[in-house]
Structures are given as C-alpha cells and as structure tokens.
Design a protein around this ligand. Structure first.
Ligand SMILES: Cc1ncc(COP(=O)(O)O)c(C=O)c1O
Length: 390
C-alpha cells in the first residue's frame, strides 16, 4: 500500500525561490539588449537563429535529466527519453541507417559526437591509428589526446578535402595497423566533403579489412539529406559512426547534437549501472534533457518540407552572396551542396562586426536560414571596403 502525497503537501514546507534583486534584473535586461543587437550581424558561424522555443519555458521548472541510455529504462524518470528516441530515429532515417543496425543519443554538440565515434573506434581497435586531415575541426586533435590514441595528420587540399594520395601512401606504409579514419562531411572552414567512396576503395585496394570510419557531419549532416544530388554521407556509404550538431542547421538556444553508431560497436562499451538503474552507453552521465525537446520540437514544427525549404533557401542565399562578391571583383566560392562561402580574409574590424571566423588568408560567411539578402549585401560591402574593392 503506498502513502498518498499531493503537490500541496510537498510544497508546504518549502521556501519559495526569491525574485531577482532589481540590480540583477537590470543586468539581465541589459545583457538581453546586447545579445539582441548582435543577432542582425550573425553571419560567420553556422548557427541558425530562425526559431523561437519560448513555448518550452514551462519545462524550466523541472530537474529534467537524460542520464543513461535513452533506449533503456532508468530509475530517474524525469527525463525526455521518449523525445530523444524520436530525434535519434529522425537522424537514423536521414543518415541512411539500416533498420535496427544503429544506436544513438543526443549529445552536447559535434565535439562530443566526434569523441564518441572515435572512442568506439579506439575500443574496437585499441592498437588503431586515427587518421584525420589538416582541415579537420580543431577539437579532433584534442580528442585524440584525450583518448590516448595514436594519430597521423593527413595533408589537405586547398579546397578543404583531404589529400587522398597522402592518405593512400600513409595507409600503405602501415597496413598491419587498423586505421580509424575521421572523414569530414563538411569541413569547418570550406564546407568540404571528403569522398567516402574513395576512402572505401583505398581500403579495399590495400586489402585492409579491419578499419573504422567516423564521419564528422556537424553542419552538412542536416543539409545533404535535403539536396537533390548529395555526396555520399551516411551509413550506406560505409561509415561506422557519425556526429551531427543540433544547434547548427536545425538551430537551438543551447549547443546540442546527435551521435549515431553501429549497434554492435556500442554493445561492446555498454555497462549496466546500478546507481541510476540504466545502461551507461553515453559519454556523459547527466545529460541535457531540454535539448532533445528543442530538436524534436523544431523537427515537428518545420516538417520535412520546411526543412528542405530551409536548405534550398540557404543554398540560394550562398549563391547570391557569391554573385555579390563577384560584383565587387572579389573571388568567392562554395563547395557543391555547401552554404559556406569562402573569400579572401578581410580586416579585423569586419571580422569583429560580422563575427567571421578567419583561417590564415581566407574567411567565410555561412548562409544559414536566418541570413537574409540584406545582411549579405551589407556584409559584402564591408568586406569589399576592407579589401579596397568598394
Ligand atoms: C566540422 C565541425 N566539426 C565539429 C565541430 C564542433 O562542433 P560543436 O561546436 O557542436 O562541438 C564544428 C564546429 O564548428 C565543426 O565545424
């Protein structure tokens, strides 16, 4: 027989949380104004801003926590596992996973997804060597150090793809060591997609049968499923795991993402944990439970047609930007199916105003769905002036 307990009895003895003191309130208000002022010039990083999730505010009153495996039970039931599972299923479908062959969870972002994929690769092949191109996101070198894995950096081509000849020659020298290959499906600076067919062919030609391929699809993992002629990017192209960011193309008020991996490799690392009564298959213990709600909500609100429209719009805006640069005599370009527009590096003031990420002698703008043609006109004019081409 269980004792009865109602919400009023529970709250009776509690001291209500005090309101914010006036000075703290004023500080928050000023901070909001500052952020609002930054938004119209947010064009340099791949974070969509065309959303409003304030309808999810009621969930800010609960200690939601997605500790553990979203596909298993947990004693901690104030979680959003049911929404997380839907988000994972959405990505399994779009990343072309064979039914039942993969597992996944919502991460804190692309970096955690890459850590997860490379962790599984290293667990499968403890003596393996991680190969990644010089155009790979900076976090991967750190991940390799965290994992204590051996690694080799592969040269990159000027267009952002890896240098396939360098990969081939390097693999050839170490055919006895299982390679853990980190393929970029949209590099950070150039939006370049490494050729998964070429990588697979190379492994076949060298008769390397023990290998692992992780795909970093932070941004393009949400673009390629919606274009007519995508470069190979999913499980059907031979990958073993993939990471996609949620706060990038979908857009979210907090960093988030998804990691998917072949189930058989996940099963190797799964451990049952008595403390939370769940399977410990994720990197973190406690995990953000609001981000699955945000991602699920965005997917539901846009629907397939809406998501496709956003991709088309972003690609059209990227082409528009290239034309505008050309009108100023500035050579700008983008990869096929990418919304990252690359151009010569402008001066510091422009970088600062438009929050543009530079790398050596290039910079880029990324025409995410919230980027308007008016923003592009203004940014291009600033770049032109800075480069003496106004
Ligand atoms: C290609 C690529 N991979 C990984 C990351 C890291 O993702 P996050 O910032 O979500 O951890 C980024 C971020 O820009 C990226 O561009």
């Amino acid at each position: 027989m269980s004792a009865t307990l109602n919400q009023t009895t529970v709250n009776d003895d509690l001291e209500p949380m005090p309101p914010l003191p006036p000075a703290a309130s004023a500080r928050l208000a000023a901070f909001l104004t500052k952020i609002e002022r930054l938004t119209p010039t947010f064009i340099g990083y791949p974070c969509s801003q065309d959303y409003d999730h304030t309808n999810l505010a009621p969930f800010m009153r609960y200690s939601l926590n997605n500790v553990g495996d979203p596909f298993a039970d947990s004693i901690y039931r104030e979680n959003t596992f049911e929404f997380e599972r839907d988000v994972v299923r959405f990505f399994q479908m779009h990343l072309r996973a064979e039914e039942g062959s993969t597992w996944g969870y919502v991460t804190a972002g692309g970096t955690e997804g890459n850590l997860y994929g490379l962790y599984l690769g290293r667990e499968l092949f403890p003596d393996g060597v991680v190969y990644y191109s010089e155009h790979t996101h900076y976090s991967v070198a750190k991940i390799v150090r965290v994992l204590g894995a051996r690694s080799i950096m592969i040269r990159g081509q000027d267009n952002g793809e890896m240098d396939y000849d360098d990969l081939y020659e390097t693999l050839k020298l170490r055919r006895d060591v299982p390679p853990i290959i980190m393929a970029n499906i949209g590099t950070t600076m150039h939006g370049a997609v490494d050729s998964l067919p070429r990588i697979s062919q190379m492994l076949k030609d060298l008769a390397i049968t023990r290998h692992y391929i992780h795909a970093d699809a932070a941004l393009s993992g949400m673009i390629l499923p919606y274009v007519e002629d995508p470069q190979p990017f999913g499980f059907d192209a031979g990958i073993d795991s993939i990471a996609v960011s949620g706060h990038k193309f979908i857009g979210a008020p907090m960093p988030c993402g998804v990691a998917l991996a072949r189930r058989r490799n996940v099963d190797r690392v799964a451990r049952s944990v008595e403390y939370v009564g769940c399977m410990d298959t994720t990197i973190a213990g406690s995990r953000n439970a609001i981000s699955p709600l945000v991602m699920w909500s965005a997917i539901e609100r846009w629907g397939e047609d809406g998501l496709r429209r956003r991709v088309q719009r972003s690609i059209e805006t990227a082409d528009y930007a290239i034309q505008q640069f050309a009108q100023h005599g500035i050579e700008a370009w983008r990869h096929r199916n990418s919304v990252t527009v690359v151009f010569p590096r402008p001066g510091g003031e422009v970088i600062d105003r438009w929050q543009i990420a530079p790398s050596r002698d290039i910079a880029h703008i990324i025409t995410m769905p919230h980027v308007t043609r008016a923003m592009v006109d203004c940014a291009v004019a600033d770049v032109a002036q800075s480069l003496g081409k106004a």
